[in-house]
Design a protein around this ligand. Structure first.
Ligand SMILES: [Zn+2]
Length: 1014
């Protein structure tokens, strides 16, 4: 029974029917309306069915109807019985089931009777664990299905006494045959008695075993099934691209299983804790050039003319979300084989992109070498493939040994016309080094459940800084964590919507939601904080011990804290009375959000207080407290390490440090911004820091600017502090980090006041502060420029053009016109393209827009396409913006699904486009939900970007109407995004009502004091 595999010789696929090649068995599941369990179809009957089937082929309309009736399955060998309920029919037409009539208007039924859907909690079936999967799949692109068999070796959990049913996860999978064989006693046929049936809502497949005289401890579940090849970039999905070599459309199939979509491709226990080994086989047409999976190919066999079967080697023990396979005509770019110090590395991309993989290839080689050394653990698989998938919902996915990317996150063109900006190269490394770090953190050791998702995401985000800093020293990259990640995490962690980083994930929507900046960016920052207070040596040793101890297994965060505490004690960096768990729990389990530490003076003493930072305004009665590592530098001393001199425990709301500073001395807390908190100062301390701005490090300067903007927004300090910092920056034209921080801080204020009278003085003040830097750096790049110079100039030019330094705008348009005149040679420097394109389209009309759109269609650079997509949303012509929005839901518009939210956001953040974008979303929500599916977060991103300028009560009323409509449509997956957006609007309304006037007064004063003219 173990060798049973009905697909050994392959299927003949006939228009959606299923037939084994030996002709003995016919499964005509869709045709049978009143199945009798265990019914046989004899050979003679089969012929009748075939004739009927051919008739059905002609009558396609009738067939669609027949396909929608409850299916059944027939079983001819075991004692088992298969019961099928009304299950998704693989070839059924989904559109017919939707509640919209296509143009997004609610149908009457949806308006009146749709109940509010409450999502079920995920169940955790006990009793059985999978050990090994033997999986064979054959995708059929033409009818969007995939047929397969899977043999799952399951072991009884010795801790569970009763004989429990075996429960497998499925989504839109039809099981056509189910058998269970015992492996307990090979010599005796145990004659297992069992019933196979679909679970609730067809979301699971349940095998109820009946007790026998012998104990049942080890069984093989054998299933035949049909799954759906999706088109929403999740599960096992299909797509296509224009093959420039053959000038034909080339189809591909690829996977995105994380977090819960392996169950769309094959029945499995689709949970990170259920690790098993996988032997994967794929059948494909020989005409396709590429077929890859997690492991290298072990053997190839011809299954029938024109089709081969590739059997891949058995994987190590791993979670289902890391399984991957891919069949296409992609071409191999750079590669390295037969290097004993490295696994085989192969890069894959569309034929015309194959020469764009060099940058990513080098990064792969270097990051693998780096992490092997850093963890002191070798990469575990014999090979690693890096694939630029032509349509991909995320940036990258760390599937073990087969990492998938969206094209723009992997490919860097090198010729002068299309070459990448430094910002783009950094984005590639942000994705790639993160995914490579996952091969250890996530793949080798996996979180037990999604409660601790942040462990893998936070660590990989943190580790990509460590890796990139070592591989690209010219980027001075590690310190950018203090600007970039803070700006990602804290704005999402400061209101009633924020959650503890480790929290109980109990529904499918919860699982998708935890892939957020809290898990990634806050995760990275509190790990950096832990590294700071433990010191590098204890931290690294703790990591390696943890990975070694749990390799090929799962862990929860407490097990990491244990490893860290042990090493901290060994290295004597942690007070005996503290444990890492006690400290870290205050940041990960006990609380959402983060503290603001307020520094005030009493003579030479310093008083430190902690309270929660909260928007729209701080709630004095909120008693949340954290275990805060306190590091400082002052006029008297420069901190030499990030190991704290003092702690404020989660029981203390105030501590006093004696004899720290005299009246004219400065003091600064949170050295190198390793602590995940903000610092506020009394007026004298702010003044002293401003006076000594020059003697502070670049990280500190950027930190003060960032904190001051955030504190002013929470009404904890006055807007004159960030405005003064901004004016001070005039004297620091080359301070890359501070300008970055300043630009971040301006963004929110700009959005809030762009339609207000205060904008005029605001623009004048910003122009005044940026003018020096713009003049110093100029518009043109210099061959002597470092990468940081290039990044910095791009930011300054953007600010200069955005805030209306005329020469900047004129120059940008001039360069764009030169490009229109000479299409073949685009002389615009890659680093300045984003600004120049956007400014020209903002100032121009349909001629510029149409030119840019044509370039978008024609360019062979994925990154250039993205820059153009962003710029197309900059036009001030409403009708062009409407046209552009409508393209996002039209499959023949050349806007790919993966870019839908990008296009939408580019319009939504344009002051002319924001209402149009909201109107579009409101009117078409049904259609949009249908088009993008709920697997990845396109609609959530759309909702997120639409609130940018909403700061009035009537905005909120409009938004609530949208929320009601989405609710009636039963769009559970976006429920959370809607709530977040509502909170965002409340925060904006509060800001407009309470802080606008204060900012305006400060700006008016600055204009008078500096004698500026508008
Ligand atoms: Zn990740």
């Amino acid at each position: 029974m173990k060798n049973y595999n009905n697909m050994e010789t392959g299927y003949i696929n006939e228009g959606g029917q299923l037939k084994s090649k030996n002709g003995q068995k016919y499964v005509v599941n869709q045709y049978c309306r009143n199945p009798e369990p265990g019914y046989y179809i004899s050979k003679s009957c089969a012929a009748v069915y075939i004739i009927l089937f051919l008739v059905m082929m002609i009558l396609t309309a009738l067939m669609t109807y027949l396909l929608l009736v409850p299916s059944c399955a027939l079983d001819n060998s075991s004692n088992g019985t298969i019961y099928t309920g009304s299950i998704w029919s693989p070839i059924s037409n989904h559109e017919e089931e939707a509640h919209t009539n296509g143009d997004g208007v609610l149908s009457d039924q949806a308006k009146n009777d749709d109940p509010i859907v409450i999502e079920d909690e995920i169940e955790f079936p006990e009793g059985w664990k999978p050990i090994h999967y033997d999986l064979l799949l054959e995708p059929h692109i033409e009818n969007a299905t995939s047929r397969g068999t899977v043999d799952i070796l399951m072991l009884r959990d010795e801790n569970v006494k009763d004989l429990k049913p075996i429960v497998l996860d499925i989504t839109e999978i039809e099981i056509t045959d189910c058998k269970v064989a015992s492996n307990d006693r090979n010599d005796i046929d145990l004659g297992l008695d069992y019933i196979c049936e679909y679970g609730k809502d067809n979301d699971s497949y349940v095998i109820n075993l009946k007790k026998t005289k012998f104990p049942i401890n080890n069984v093989t579940v054998q299933l035949e099934f049909v799954s759906k090849l999706g088109s929403t970039l999740t599960g096992f999905y299909k797509g296509s691209f224009m093959n420039e070599e053959t000038k034909e459309t080339s189809t591909f199939v690829s996977t995105q299983f994380s977090p819960i979509d392996a169950r769309r491709a094959f029945p499995c226990l689709d949970r990170p804790y259920a690790k098993a080994t996988f032997k994967i086989s794929m059948i494909r047409p020989t005409a396709k050039k590429l077929s890859i999976s997690n492991m290298p190919i072990e053997s190839i066999e011809v299954v029938r003319p024109g089709f081969i079967r590739e059997n891949f080697k058995v994987t190590p023990k791993m979670s289902t979300y890391l399984v991957a396979f891919h069949i296409s005509d992609l071409k191999m770019g750079k590669t390295i084989e037969n290097d004993s110090s490295l696994p085989t590395i192969k890069m894959y991309a569309q034929p015309e992109y194959e020469n764009m993989t060099n940058f990513a290839f080098n990064l792969t080689v270097e990051s693998l070498k780096f992490f092997e050394k850093y963890f002191d653990i070798k990469f575990q698989l014999p090979k690693i493939d890096m694939v630029a998938v032509p349509d991909f919902g995320f940036n990258g996915m760390e599937n073990w040994g087969l990492i998938t990317f969206r094209e723009s996150a992997l490919l860097a063109p090198e010729n002068t016309n299309k070459s990448s900006s430094i910002a783009h190269l950094q984005r590639i490394s942000r994705t790639l080094v993160h995914e490579v770090a996952h091969q250890w953190f996530g793949n080798l050791v996996t979180m037990q459940w999604y409660d601790d998702l942040w462990l893998k995401e936070g660590f990989s985000t943190y580790l990509h800084y460590v890796g990139t800093d070592a591989i690209k020293p010219e980027w001075d990259y590690f310190k950018t964590i203090t600007v970039y990640e803070f700006n990602q995490a804290m704005p999402k962690d400061c209101d009633s919507s924020s959650r503890p980083i480790s929290f109980k994930v109990r529904t499918k929507s919860d699982i998708r939601r935890v892939f957020d900046p809290i898990s990634y960016s806050k995760g990275a920052l509190i790990i950096n904080m832990m590294r700071g207070f433990l010191g590098e040596a204890a931290f690294r040793l703790g990591l390696t011990n943890y990975l070694r101890k749990f390799e090929y297994g799962n862990a929860v965060q407490d097990e990491l804290w244990e490893a860290m505490t042990m090493n901290a004690r060994k290295e004597r960096v942690l007070d005996e009375s503290y444990s890492v768990k006690e400290i870290m729990d205050s940041w990960t389990v006990d609380s959402a959000g983060f503290p603001v530490v307020t520094v005030s003076r009493n003579g030479t003493n310093i008083i430190l207080k902690q309270q929660r930072y909260f928007l729209p305004h701080v709630n004095e009665s909120d008693d949340t407290k954290w275990f805060i590592p306190l590091t400082y530098s002052s006029s008297r001393r420069v901190a030499e390490s990030e190991i704290p001199e003092h702690w404020m425990s989660n029981k203390q709301s105030e501590i006093i440090l004696e004899d720290m500073v005299s009246e004219d001395e400065w003091i600064h807390f949170n050295v190198n911004r390793t602590g995940y908190y903000r610092v506020n100062y009394d007026q004298l301390s702010w003044k002293n820091l401003l006076r000594n701005f020059k003697s502070l490090s670049d990280v500190t300067r950027a930190q003060l600017i960032d904190d001051s903007f955030a504190l002013a927004r929470a009404n904890l300090t006055n807007y004159d502090v960030p405005i003064t910092f901004g004016i001070f920056l005039r004297a620091y034209p080359l301070d890359y980090l501070s300008w970055w921080s300043f630009a971040n801080g301006l963004e929110y204020v700009t959005n809030m006041i762009r339609r207000e009278p205060a904008y005029e003085n605001f623009r004048t003040v910003v122009r005044y502060s940026v003018k020096n830097a713009y003049e110093e750096l100029g518009f043109d790049e210099d061959p002597e420029d470092t990468d940081i110079d290039l990044l910095h100039r791009a930011r300054i030019v953007n600010m200069a053009c955005q805030f209306g330094i005329d020469r900047c705008t004129v120059k940008a348009q001039l360069m764009f016109r030169e490009w229109i005149a000479n299409k073949v040679e685009n002389k615009i420097a890659p680093n300045l393209k984003a600004t120049i394109y956007c400014i020209t389209l903002r100032e121009g009309g349909s001629q510029e827009w149409n030119f840019a759109f044509k370039q978008y269609q024609e360019t062979t650079s994925a990154s250039e396409k993205e820059v153009l997509l962003d710029a197309l949303g900059c036009t001030q012509e409403p009708w062009l913006l409407s046209k552009y929005l409508n393209m996002t839901i039209s499959s023949d518009s050349s806007i790919r699904k993966q870019d839908g939210s990008r296009v939408f956001a580019s319009v939504a953040k344009n002051i002319v486009g924001t209402e149009l974008a909201f109107d579009f979303l409101y009117t078409n929500i049904g259609e949009i939900a249908e088009y993008f599916g709920d697997g990845f977060s396109t609609i959530s991103k759309m909702i997120d970007s639409v609130t940018t300028f909403m700061n009035k009560d009537y905005h909120k009323e409009n938004f609530q109407r949208f929320a009601e409509k989405a609710n009636k449509l039963g769009l559970i997956a976006i429920e959370k995004s809607i709530k977040l957006a509502e909170i965002e609007i409340d925060k904006n309304i509060f800001w407009r009502n309470h802080l606008y006037t204060q900012l305006k007064d400060n700006l008016d004063k600055a204009v008078v004091d500096l004698r500026l003219t508008n």
